[in-house]
Ligand binder design. Sequence first.
Ligand SMILES: Cc1cc2nc3c(=O)[nH]c(=O)nc-3n(C[C@H](O)[C@H](O)[C@H](O)COP(=O)(O)OP(=O)(O)OC[C@H]3O[C@@H](n4cnc5c(N)ncnc54)[C@H](O)[C@@H]3O)c2cc1C
Length: 391
Amino acid sequence: MSQRPTAPLDLLDLDSALSEEERQIRAVVRQLVDDRVRPHVAGWYENGEVPARELAREFGKLGLLGMHLTGYGCAGASAVAYGLACLELEAGDSGLRSLVSVQGSLAMYAIWRYGSEEQKQRWLPSMATGEAIGCFGLTEPDHGSDPASMATRACRDGDDWVLTGGKMWITNAPVADVGVIWARTDDGVRGFAVPMDSPGVSAREIRHKMSLRASVTGEIVLDDVRLPADALLPDAVGLKAPLSCLTEARHGIVWGALGAARDCLETALAYAGTRTQFGRPLAGFQLTQAKLADMAVELQKGYLLALHLGRLTDAGRLRPEQVSVGKLNNVREALAIARQCRTILGANGISGEYPVMRHANNLESVLTYEGTSEIHQLVIGQKLTGINAFA
Ligand SMILES: Cc1cc2nc3c(=O)[nH]c(=O)nc-3n(C[C@H](O)[C@H](O)[C@H](O)COP(=O)(O)OP(=O)(O)OC[C@H]3O[C@@H](n4cnc5c(N)ncnc54)[C@H](O)[C@@H]3O)c2cc1C
């Protein structure tokens, strides 16, 4: 097990708020990240190549895929345990947490929550082991924050469905076996479990990303894709279905972003302790200590928020606007921490030899996906004022 202490960052002794089982799950994931991710992740990021299939199988072995779901080979862990796993994965890299979030909270959750028994039996056990990879196609080239205006269509042709359109910025798409694809029908938005090798489906990898480079992102083209009637997720009716999946995934992000921030702060703390200027370590300057103190306080506040939302989820009482509070705050603060840590490392802060710039760049994507900060502000604003200011 990893012996790296949580202290001194755990100023408030928040570890004591976790159960023994939650601490054990966290330790196992931390060890996996130390052994399997940290030695390689800088290279994956630099080359824009990640062994997604191999990692999915390793994550599956540990029960991390669909970890908070029950049955069908899923671990049935608590939301807090799942959150802690996300935190540890994202301390490695946001791209790996994205792989796990999209698989478990978006693709598997959609099938688990809205699929037929046959669809669940067909996909979930192999997705839980990482043998099959899933993706979740909601965003389109011309429709991001406003998925209600999506252009992808699904039309009936006899018993079959025919899908036409395209999805953009889809995590895991180029390596996926199944895509949960959302499309407009005569009865509103519906979801489909689409085998990615169906004739007419193609998934091109999006290159030249400056963020989330250790994650596979793709564009899906749906060119008259003919699907049998049983590809339709029977219980997913209307836009509230994909939005409920996003609420699931956002919970993982609330926790995960803290992992990236913690890794930056640990790095900056260690660096400031050993780097000497003007005859003393950087950590001995009052301005550096002010930065470190402010960041540690924000990290602890974010953790308290995540823990509260996790406990609400486990009690079945989480409301979507509460997840918006968590996603807005924790990603925004994690990004601020990553940028501040970069200043402490000076020129070394921009080097791939240290993880800080990589985390900062990754968090730019995390700020945008699963609802941008502005969209979460609007969700909270609507709750406060009763006025919908989206359009
Ligand atoms: C690396 C990566 C992976 C992703 N993975 C997935 C995935 O797996 N599946 C998937 O479906 N999508 C995925 N996305 C897409 C992501 O969810 C969208 O990028 C996001 O929803 C924003 O949409 P957009 O990029 O089209 O921006 P737009 O919607 O065009 O927004 C641009 C800017 O305008 C602002 N804006 C928009 N509307 C309003 C408004 N009403 N009021 C105020 N400001 C507004 C936004 O906040 C933003 O700042 C991914 C994105 C990235 C970067």
